[in-house]
Design a protein around this ligand. Structure first.
Ligand SMILES: [Zn+2]
Length: 414
């Protein structure tokens, strides 16, 4: 998250908001104290680089009195802030931190539009431009802190890391680091949402793969040749579809179903890829782990419910057919449960947090455009663009209007 600061010290107020004012339009937000703010320190709202500075009409002069503009990268919070009616203490080209002092309020009332000395701050959401591009930025003030405040510490990362996976599996840190990305994707695909499920997933995969050593069956698969119950109907299917992934997806039939599922869930580009290239389930750990996720949620859809009850024997039978290796599985289950929350998938704050502020803005703009295009008619469109009204007087959406038209045509009446 971008940390932003109020441009003046704690206790200041918005003396004039963005919007219509005195028959004109105020294209920024004014800050100050009742009675004036002459000489008060001014701070950068967000980090950036000073791209313009100097005397300017309406903002005063001569240099260094006047204004300055600070441009921010997406990582710094994006957009451009313009500070007016100030005496500058940084120059063009300077890099400033968020909350850094950049000047003070010009005490000369004549350069403050004849009103009490204050600081004016305008904002462009993207690049610096003309006055028509300035936008209200009061929403950015909502989470802003005051100069001198300590920025909030970033949320500590939660969830499984390589060291925890190494502990859970009993493997080396290097092996765990190599396997972690695919393992996390597989946990999410397997709906691992609580500690019991996470511990069981790790315990069963850990047992079946001997601690992530084996990502495929040791035997060559020829023992499955011609096994109709596995769907191995074509010559070579036994070896081709040998046990693959940490819990050994086996046979043409299961590979066919898994490939389709992996495609439907956006993990591969073609629904038959893993029938055509079954070796990928052995060579790509991500696909190997996903085969376990498929088995966990589709082939044996009761497994997570058994995990929630702590039914180790039940899950073992669902995977193994019997209780082979139950003692090792139990030891792993107990060890993994003790790792608690650390075994859960990382909480990354959801997909929005993966977007920059600018990308979030772009998404919002797109949603607004869609709403304008397909949502209810806005009053500004005028009567001619109305699709009609609902019985309770609400404007119909485009979809509602088209549906009404379709009903009219099908009904044969006007
Ligand atoms: Zn102003």
């Amino acid at each position: 998250m971008t940390t932003r600061y109020w441009p003046l010290d704690r206790g200041c107020m918005v003396t004039s908001p963005f919007g219509p004012r005195d028959g004109g339009f105020h294209t920024g937000i004014d800050f100050g104290w009742p009675g004036g703010s002459a000489g008060r320190a001014v701070y950068a709202v967000q980090a950036g680089t000073v791209i313009k500075a100097g005397a300017a009409q309406g903002y005063g002069g001569p240099d260094p009195a006047g204004w300055l503009v600070i441009d921010s990268t997406d990582e710094q919070g994006s957009g451009c802030f313009e500070y007016g009616h100030i005496v500058r203490q940084v120059g063009v080209g300077a890099t400033v931190a968020a909350g850094q002092r950049i000047g003070y309020v010009n005490p000369n009332q004549a350069t403050n539009g004849g009103v009490a000395p204050h600081c004016h701050v305008s904002f462009w959401p993207r690049a610096y431009g003309g006055p028509e591009g300035k936008q209200d930025w009061k929403d950015k003030l909502a989470a802003a802190i005051y100069p001198g405040d300590t920025p909030p510490a970033p949320e500590p990362p939660t969830g499984i890391d390589a060291a925890t996976l190494a502990q859970a599996m009993g493997c080396s840190l290097a092996r765990a680091a190599e396997m972690l990305p695919g393992y996390v994707v597989a946990m999410e695909a397997a709906e691992i949402t609580n500690v019991n499920r996470a511990a069981m997933f790790a315990a069963q995969i850990g047992h079946e793969s001997a601690g992530l050593v084996y990502m495929e069956e040791i035997a060559d698969g020829s023992q499955y040749e011609g096994r109709a119950d596995l769907g191995n109907t074509q010559p070579g299917d036994g070896r081709r579809f040998k046990g693959s992934g940490p819990i050994q997806l086996t046979g043409r039939h299961n590979f066919t179903l898994f490939s389709r599922w992996a495609y439907d869930h956006g993990h591969i580009a073609s629904p038959t890829l893993l029938v055509e290239r079954p070796e990928l389930v052995r060579s790509d750990p991500r696909l190997g782990f996903l085969a376990a996720s498929w088995y966990w949620t589709v082939a044996r859809p009761n497994i997570n419910a058994m995990c929630d009850r702590g039914d180790l024997d039940g899950v073992t039978r669902a995977i193994n057919g019997g209780l082979n290796g139950i003692n090792d599985r139990r030891a792993r289950w107990n060890r993994c449960r003790a790792l608690g929350d650390r075994l859960l998938p990382p909480n990354d704050g959801g997909f929005l947090m993966a977007l920059t502020d600018a990308e979030q803005r772009e998404l919002l703009d797109g949603i607004r455009w869609l709403r304008d295009q397909f949502g209810p008619k806005l009053p500004s469109w005028g009567e001619g663009s109305s699709m009609g009204k609902t019985p309770d007087g609400k404007e119909l959406t485009v979809r509602d209007g088209l549906a009404q038209m379709k009903r009219t045509i099908e009904g044969g009446s006007k």
